[in-house]
Design a protein around this ligand. Structure first.
Ligand code: BG6
Length: 485
């Protein structure tokens, strides 16, 4: 659906995210003829560069990230929308060229996307306000990391909130832009089948995994001060958990969904120092082989501190203290340099109570529903079925729904979907300020404990499913991670 006219400003406009994700996402919309002719993309960066020099940079650094090689005519049309503005984000006196680049119409949608380190958020917002660049039709998009603990997250909310109303603030978690995450909403609330079973009486446990094959790459500077807990668990994994566990919202309206998610976050059982060491495993990759290629250990990555305690893997057994979920473990796991790249949610149902067949109850695999986000998108449901032949033998069989096969229509990348939502003023897939704080509140005791604790993350070999301690964490409950069965 075509968008109405806008000025979209990318702070950090010459940075990695803009080049790899944001500009390609906007190109994809442009090529679908969704952008009005006059819509503009203003890239703001620190470095002095002429318009021509900047467009060359886009040509070299961004074009390669577009899925299908662009046709020259549509690429040239896209480049015409881009305006480069050099300014020093911390110096209000340099904001003049930005003011000139923006159209004066106060009713025009104006989006400031802050793809910058979070310590710049407050200053940029203040400077935009001081130069009268915040109109009632303005929106601000905040890119992660949204703080590094509860206090800093609160501070961001406070600082940005002085300039923008909550309804103008879009906190990005790109996992919410993934097609299958939204499909999970469709599955749960568009079908009668699952909701009656979606509770402690019928579900035995839930596993949520985001595994990556890549290592820390060239992001060591950021990553070494962050780690897997802050980088992945506090945001992406908890957001997936919220969508799996939330009560049915009354509608898909932003606050209905965000209220339901907030309730989950607030119901997460808090860890104490004792429960924490029993229920959380942190790991760090050592050298090994991924796809047959030798890869270095985390501490041997270029620039890594030799004694780094930064975790590249974390697994947690979480619990939600509500009537619906009391006693159901939610195992969350993420890591870099793992055996495979995958993101999936596994909902395991309880075993059958009694076997009427000549097979013991223990030979019946409990039903499970696997929701795959990556690399392919789909659903599979494991059922018991009769094997062909003259005897009544039951075996596990799979019902499979492959979203690509089922729906041939072109897919939108997460950032593309989220950018479109920002431009349309649709807040449902963005985190509200109180949600962000509630997620940090739950994570905070873990961070504090690790800071005070002398122990280091347990090592795991690159190309595996993480430390043995993580298998033991789930093994204590008589279970296994799906990939280790
Ligand atoms: C980002 C993290 O938010 O998500 C990265 O900062 C991680 O460390 C990435 O690699 C994973 O996203 P995706 O969409 O590739 O699974």
């Amino acid at each position: 659906m075509a968008l109405s006219d806008f000025d979209l400003v990318f702070f950090g406009g010459s940075g990695d995210l803009a080049m790899r994700k944001l500009l390609p996402a906007m190109y994809s919309r442009d090529v679908c003829n969704d952008l009005p002719d006059s819509a503009r993309i203003i890239c703001v960066g620190r470095d002095e560069a002429t318009q021509e020099e900047f467009l060359k940079m886009v040509e070299t650094n961004s074009k390669q990230h577009i899925k299908d090689t662009p046709e020259e005519a549509s690429w040239q049309r896209f480049l015409k929308r881009i305006v480069y503005v050099a300014l020093n984000a911390t110096d209000v006196a340099t904001y003049g060229p930005l003011a000139e680049a923006l159209r004066k119409d106060e009713s025009l949608t104006r989006v400031y996307y802050l793809a910058t380190p979070p310590h710049l958020f407050a200053t940029i917002c203040d400077n935009l306000a001081a130069t009268n660049l915040v109109t009632p039709a303005s929106r601000v998009v905040l890119e992660k990391p949204l703080g590094r603990d509860l206090a800093s997250a609160k501070q961001i909310n406070l600082d940005v909130g002085k300039v923008f109303a909550e309804s103008q603030i879009y906190r990005i978690d790109h996992y919410l832009g993934k097609e299958t995450v939204q499909n999970l909403l469709a599955l749960r609330f568009g079908n009668i089948l699952f909701e009656p079973l979606w509770r402690r009486e019928w579900i035995s446990d839930v596993q949520i995994t985001i595994a990556e094959k890549i290592g820390v790459g060239n992001r060591l500077g950021y990553y070494d001060t962050s780690g897997a807990l802050r980088d992945m668990l506090q945001n992406h994994l908890l957001q997936l958990l919220c969508i799996v566990a939330m009560e049915p919202p009354t509608s898909i309206a932003p606050d209905a969904v965000r209220d339901a998610k907030l309730q989950v976050l607030r119901s997460l059982k808090r860890f104490t120092p004792t429960t924490l060491s029993q229920n959380i495993v942190r790991g760090q990759y050592r050298g090994g082989y991924v796809d047959g290629q030798a890869v270095p250990g985390y501490r041997d990555e270029p620039g890594a501190p030799k004694q780094s305690k930064t975790e590249t893997f974390v697994s947690v057994k979480a619990e939600i203290d509500t009537w619906r979920w009391a006693g159901v473990p939610f195992y969350l796991r993420t890591g870099k340099r793992m055996a495979d790249r995958l993101a999936e949610i596994v909902v395991r149902f309880k075993p059958i109570p009694h076997s009427i067949f000549n097979q013991p109850t223990s030979s019946f695999q409990p039903n499970s529903l696997v929701i795959r986000l990556q690399p392919d998108e789909g659903l599979s449901m494991n059922l018991m079925a009769k094997t062909p032949g003259d005897s009544m033998r039951l075996k596990q069989a799979e019902l499979e729904l492959d979203f690509r096969e089922q729906f041939k229509s072109p897919r939108m990348e997460a950032y593309e979907r989220l950018l479109v939502d920002v431009l349309r003023g649709q807040l449902t897939l963005f985190m509200r300020g109180d949600e962000l704080e509630a997620a940090w509140e739950w994570v905070e005791p873990i961070l504090e404990h690790w800071e005070q604790d002398d122990s280091t993350p347990v090592p795991y070999t690159s190309g595996t499913w993480g430390p043995a301690a993580s298998s033991a964490l789930i093994g204590r409950d008589g279970l296994q991670w799906r990939e280790e069965v």
